[in-house]
Design a protein around this ligand. Structure first.
Ligand SMILES: NC(=O)c1ccc[n+]([C@@H]2O[C@H](COP(=O)([O-])OP(=O)(O)OC[C@H]3O[C@@H](n4cnc5c(N)ncnc54)[C@H](O)[C@@H]3O)[C@@H](O)[C@H]2O)c1
Length: 365
């Protein structure tokens, strides 16, 4: 394995490789001189080589696959270059900063046949797997509306000392709360709904906390308001194929503790996701409410390790991408539409290349 981007999250990946017998990290690249070598030294990976240019890592012949851990704006170029060299890619979330990039990444994967998988460890959580099964088995009937999202009262990832700031600068992040944590909510919604085609979106964003320098109680460091270039809040209504609607809300900071539950409304049942999946139905003439006893995860279960291990095994066995870029392309289209709609102040239509819509593994888990 080659790791591209030797920052914070690469450390979390590195810890997992220690437990994955099928893979060893043989090369690390980071554009900041010395950072890749320092990372290798910290991990004790004697023999691994350091690079400052991902293209040299790809050409070194040292790797069978790469794990891209760069900041958001650094995902696209290394991914396309790797895929064009027929090297499979695991890329951290979000897939990309906009739809154009996502399409290029997916096309590069399709052309070369090398897999592109996206690092949403949340998909492996037993609670989400159970909820997905209930929806896929038709327990909810026709799902016509869902609400997803999440909010931190104060949780702006300021990353003091990092240059450019990983999450709050346009240069590194491209977008704020919507790309950073909103992508999980959109992935959850689309995963449960079976990746319907998104049609249009009406959205707004705000940056009152970030731009206002409201650092009170922020658990993730302080920032210079002048350097805050992204949104700290976003809300959107997404129209999906088949007449369904998706409401999305996300906040890095707000004057509230929660933005409400994640739920799905179907013709036969409603499903509330937290704290345990709960089904709301009419049964035997009564309105019932059933908590789903999700089997506890096995001891030592680690969703984060699972996402890396399932990618490694797919590479070894020539299997499909565990979380295919093609699926996440639809999610990226929504995120892209949110920013376009918010900037324009009106509903934005979502255009997707028709040739990339077929053959979606819509029920893949
Ligand atoms: N799955 C998760 O739970 C999770 C958690 C945190 C972060 N992330 C994701 O991981 C990514 C990185 O976050 P982070 O906190 O580690 O950021 P970071 O700023 O700590 O690290 C990013 C590193 O990438 C390097 N880099 C940027 N462009 C590069 C390029 N073209 N080639 C080589 N190196 C390059 C930077 O120099 C930096 O060292 C983000 O996209 C973030 O969304 C995922």
């Amino acid at each position: 394995m080659g790791i591209i981007g030797a920052g914070g999250i690469a450390g979390a990946h590195a810890r997992r490789y220690a437990d994955i017998s099928e893979a060893a990290v043989t090369a690390v690249a980071d554009i900041v001189p010395g950072r890749a070598q320092a990372f290798i030294d910290r991990q004790g990976w004697h023999g691994a080589r350091a690079f400052t240019d991902h293209r040299e890592l790809l050409a070194s012949g040292l790797v069978d696959a790469v794990d891209i851990c760069t900041y958001h704006r650094g995902h696209h170029r290394p991914a396309v270059d790797a895929l064009e060299a027929r090297i499979p890619v695991l890329v951290e979330k979000p897939l990309s900063v906009d739809l154009v990039e996502a399409v290029e990444m997916v096309r590069a994967s399709e052309r070369s046949g090398a897999i592109l998988s996206v690092g949403f460890q949340t998909r492996y959580e037993p609670r989400l797997q159970a909820a997905r099964r209930l929806v896929a088995d038709g327990v909810l009937g026709n799902v016509y509306y869902a609400e997803v999202g999440g909010g931190r009262r104060r949780g702006i990832p300021a990353t003091p000392g990092k240059e450019p700031p990983t999450f709050i600068s346009k240069e590194a992040a491209g977008g704020g709360a919507i790309l950073d944590i909103g992508c999980y909510s959109i992935d959850t919604a689309m995963f449960l709904l079976g990746h319907p085609r998104p049609l249009s979106v009406l959205a707004m964003t705000a940056d009152h906390f970030g731009k206002g320098g409201r650092t009170t109680g922020n658990r993730m460091g302080k920032w210079d308001p002048e350097r805050f270039e992204v949104e700290d809040f976003g809300a959107a209504f997404v129209r999906l194929e088949g007449g369904a609607g998706l409401m999305f809300k996300i906040a890095w900071a707000m004057h509230l503790d929660t933005l409400g539950p994640t739920f799905f409304l179907g013709t036969e049942a409603g499903l509330r996701l937290d704290p345990e999946p709960t089904l709301y139905r009419d049964e035997h003439g009564f309105a019932t409410q059933t908590t789903v006893a999700v089997p506890p995860a096995p001891k030592n279960f680690d969703a984060f390790r699972q996402k890396i291990q399932s990618f490694v095994i797919a590479v070894r066995d020539g299997g499909p991408a565990p979380i295919p870029g093609r699926q996440v392309l639809l999610e990226e289209a929504i995120l892209d539409g949110i920013y376009r709609s918010a900037a324009a102040g009106r509903e934005a239509t979502i255009e997707l290349p028709e040739d990339l819509l077929g053959g979606l593994e819509r029920t893949a888990s």
